[in-house]
Design a protein around this ligand. Structure first.
Ligand code: BTN
Length: 243
């Protein structure tokens, strides 16, 4: 595995994506930066973390024969990889908030941004960006955020956490093409945040409704049972869990 360590960059995902446009990147290349000036999150959001206190890194992964319809399997594998790594570091009460927020004690400790390069019906490669709050204790304007330090009471050595997470994610990604997708999905659903309990969801700014998360479709849509006992499927951009 090749690792590029930077002090500052706009975004490690953008860096790897740009690099892959101009050169043939070695599979599993990792780029990590002490700080990001334009860290990106899901759905066009931003990702910020305090320089030198948390981890922001991206992994370049090539795929052979991975159908575009199986894109969600990458999210599943990466989420499970991060979760397994945190389990090994004794982080308590871990879960995955759909589609791929990593939670500890019901608060977000890590985020994942996966950007795929598609070609002729296949996923050719992915840039897998991971932001993990490690020794950070203040999260301005993000009361739902936590860190490994806040959740465990222990300070962590960033390089050790980085190595643990990379190894665990690469193991799950190796399994991806071999492993039965349904096994991965069953594993993922075991850790799904607020599964089988009533939560409040919003489809837009004004309307909210009660529903129960029952699982996910193979394509990654969230399956929610509503009060009328009917099942509905939602895309990431269609719904927000309020609590
Ligand atoms: C999210 O939860 O919205 C996803 C956050 C992903 C953040 C990581 S930090 C490293 C990589 N570079 C980025 O610009 N974003 C991802």
């Amino acid at each position: 595995m090749q690792i590029i360590k930077l002090n500052a960059i706009d975004s490690t995902n953008s860096y790897l994506k740009n690099l892959s446009r101009v050169s043939r990147i070695v599979d599993e290349t990792v780029v990590t930066s002490k700080s990001q000036t334009e860290g990106r999150g899901q759905m066009g959001s931003t990702w910020s973390s305090k320089a030198g206190q948390s981890l922001t890194f991206s992994i370049f992964k090539r795929f052979y024969n991975l159908d575009v319809n199986k894109q969600f399997a990458i999210n599943i594998a990466v989420s499970l990889g991060v979760l397994n790594a945190l389990k090994n570091l004794n982080v308590p009460l871990l879960s995955i908030k759909w589609p791929n927020d990593i939670m500890s004690r019901s608060k977000k400790v890590g985020g994942i941004l996966i950007e795929n390069l598609l070609e002729s019906g296949n996923v050719k490669s992915s840039v897998i960006g991971i932001g993990l709050n490690v020794n950070q204790t203040g999260f301005q304007d993000y009361p739902q955020a936590t860190s490994l330090l806040l959740s465990t009471g222990n300070k962590f050595i960033l390089d050790e956490v980085l190595e643990t997470v990379i190894n665990a994610v690469l193991i799950e990604l190796k399994h991806l093409e071999k492993k039965d997708f349904q096994i991965l999905k069953t594993d993922y659903e075991k850790f799904l945040f607020r599964k089988d309990v009533v939560s409040v969801f919003a489809e837009n700014e004004t309307d909210s409704f009660n529903g129960i998360i029952k699982g996910t479709t193979d394509e990654g849509r969230l399956i929610i049972e509503t009060e009328e006992n009917t099942l509905h499927q939602y895309e990431v951009k269609e719904i927000k869990m309020l609590f």
